[in-house]
Ligand binder design. Structure first.
Ligand SMILES: [Zn+2]
Length: 320
C-alpha cells in the first residue's frame, strides 16, 4: 500500500512536470528586464543537488552530476573507475553538460566532495555567483574561479540580489560514523591549495542551510541530515528540502523537531536520500525503502496538511 502510494506520488510528480514546458523557464532566465510569474521548477540532481528556477533566476544547489564511485559503497554492475579519497578529483564534464545548461547562483551547503566536487567546472562554465563558506571559496579559488563570483558567508547573512534573495542559516553536518564524526578544519587565505585537489582535500569547512526566496515561494534547503532547531524557528518556509538519509535516525526525534521548527511546511521534498555513488539510472530501491517510505509515513502522521513530493533524478516537476 505504501509503495503503491509512493509510486502514485512519483507518477503525479512526473505528470505535473511533463505538463510544463521547461524550456520556457530556461529561456526566460537571464533576461532581467522583464520578470515572469511562473511556478517554481525543480529538478533533482541527486545527493543534495538541485536546479530550481522561477523563470527569472536559475539556482543550483550542491550540483554533483558526476556521482563518482569513490570511498566504497558502489554497485557491482557499475563499471566506471573506482576512485580512492587520495585520488585527484575529477568531474564528468560530458555528463554535466548534458544536465546543466546555465545558472545564475550556486548555493553550496558545505565543502565535501559530493556537494562541491563539480562546482569548480560548473561555476566556470556558467559564470554563476557562488555562495558558501570560506573553505568552499578557497577551494574554488584554487580552481581559478574569480573573486567576482565568490560570496564567502558564515551564517546569518541575508543578501538581496536582482530577483532573488537568500538568507544564510548556520548549520551542522550529519552525525556520520555513528555520531563520532567531527571536523573542525577550515581553509582560509593562508591555505595553500593546488588544483586539481585530491578528493580528501574537499573538507567540510562548516555547514550551512539556505532560505532561498523566489517571487512565489521560500525554499529552506538542507545539505545534511542535521540542523540547529533555533536557527530554523521562525523561518516558516513553504517548501522544505528535508535531508533524510539514514544518519538522521541516530538523532533525537529528528522528523518531529524538523517539521515543528520549520512550522509544518505545506510542501516537503526529501533530499540527500539516494545512494549518490551510483550513476543516474541505477535502482535506488534500497534507499527508497529505507529512507523515503518511512519518512513519508512519518510526515503523514505528524503533519497531515503537508504534501510530500518525492523527486526522481533529472525528472522536472513544479510547485505552483
Ligand atoms: Zn558532507
Amino acid at each position: 500500500m505504501v509503495r503503491h502510494l509512493l509510486y502514485s506520488i512519483l507518477a503525479a510528480v512526473f505528470v505535473s512536470g511533463a505538463l510544463v514546458a521547461s524550456g520556457h523557464a530556461q529561456e526566460a532566465a537571464g533576461s532581467s528586464s522583464v520578470r515572469v510569474d511562473e511556478p517554481l521548477h525543480f529538478t533533482y540532481l541527486g545527493a543534495a543537488g538541485w536546479r530550481i528556477s522561477d523563470g527569472n533566476v536559475v539556482v543550483l544547489i550542491d550540483p554533483w552530476p558526476s556521482r563518482l564511485k569513490y570511498g566504497g559503497g558502489g554497485h557491482p554492475d557499475d563499471d566506471r573507475p573506482d576512485f580512492a579519497r587520495t585520488d585527484a578529483a575529477w568531474s564528468d564534464t560530458t555528463l554535466i553538460d548534458s544536465v546543466i545548461d546555465e545558472a545564475d547562483f550556486i548555493l553550496v551547503h558545505h565543502g565535501h566532495f559530493d556537494h562541491l566536487g563539480d562546482v569548480p567546472y560548473i561555476a566556470r562554465k556558467t559564470g554563476a555567483k557562488v555562495i558558501g563558506t570560506e573553505t568552499t571559496m578557497m577551494i574554488l579559488r584554487a580552481y581559478g574561479i574569480p573573486d567576482e563570483q565568490l560570496y564567502a558567508v558564515g551564517g546569518g547573512e541575508d543578501y538581496q540580489f536582482e530577483g532573488f534573495s537568500v538568507r544564510v542559516v548556520p548549520g551542522i553536518h550529519s552525525a556520520l560514523g555513528e555520531k563520532h564524526y567531527h571536523d573542525s578544519r577550515r581553509y582560509d587565505r593562508t591555505t595553500q591549495l593546488e588544483a586539481p585537489l585530491r578528493i580528501e582535500q574537499f573538507i567540510e569547512g562548516g555547514s550551512l542551510s539556505f532560505l532561498a526566496r523566489f517571487d512565489r515561494h521560500e525554499v529552506l534547503t538542507m545539505g545534511s541530515m542535521n540542523f540547529i532547531e533555533r536557527e530554523f524557528e521562525g523561518l516558516e518556509p513553504d517548501i522544505l528540502l528535508a535531508g533524510i538519509n539514514g544518519s538522521r535516525l541516530g538523532l533525537y526525534d529528528f522528523d518531529r523537531r524538523l517539521l515543528e521548527s520549520t512550522g509544518f511546511p505545506p510542501f516537503v521534498i526529501p533530499t540527500h536520500w539516494d545512494n549518490f555513488r551510483l550513476p543516474y539510472g541505477f535502482s535506488q530501491q534500497p534507499n527508497i525503502e529505507r529512507n523515503l517510505i518511512p519518512f513519508i509515513e512519518t510526515v503523514g502522521t505528524l503533519s497531515p496538511g503537508t504534501t510530500v513530493i518525492t523527486p526522481i533524478h533529472l525528472e522536472p516537476f513544479i510547485v505552483r
